[in-house]
Design a protein around this ligand. Sequence first.
Ligand code: NI
Length: 184
Amino acid sequence: MPIDPAKLRIEMYPTKVLRTKGKEVEINEETRAVAGRMVELMREAEGIGLAAPQVGLSWRLFVCHVPVHEDDPVDAEIPCSSEEFQVFFNPEIVEFSKDMEGYDEGCLSLPDLTGEVRRPTTVLMRALDFDGNPVELRATGLMARCWQHEIDHLDGIMILDKMTQMARLKNRALIKSFKNMAKG
Ligand code: NI
């Protein structure tokens, strides 16, 4: 049965699909319509990224929009934001920088939780864009972080698994309640 994009909603942890590895998708009318709906849901929720498992689909697809900010470095070789939203099908990070950075991340499927996650600063990603063209793109800063966070979702990985020891400690009550929900 074809998916009705209008019926898609953001799923909350601990729903099982968030822990399921996504499958590669074909780019067609249906998957494009889903991507469009995901952009809408991301905007409504005021998020900067949304992955297909977060709308209940085990697909390798995510959308992202880290808007350009006045503090962004001017004429930077590697972008940390984008003018427009981005859609990526079957994405894969093919290069990670050695330098890592910590930053407080949140997730639309984990309400109220934020905590430091350390990640490589700069990445090179291969994917198919909205039109199905292969792209190879580099990003740094918040956009690189967003891509990594969303691709983690496609592998069933969540910030719960990657937060620093300190962040876990700070959020222990909330994490415990999430884990209990996952069991129950
Ligand atoms: Ni997330």
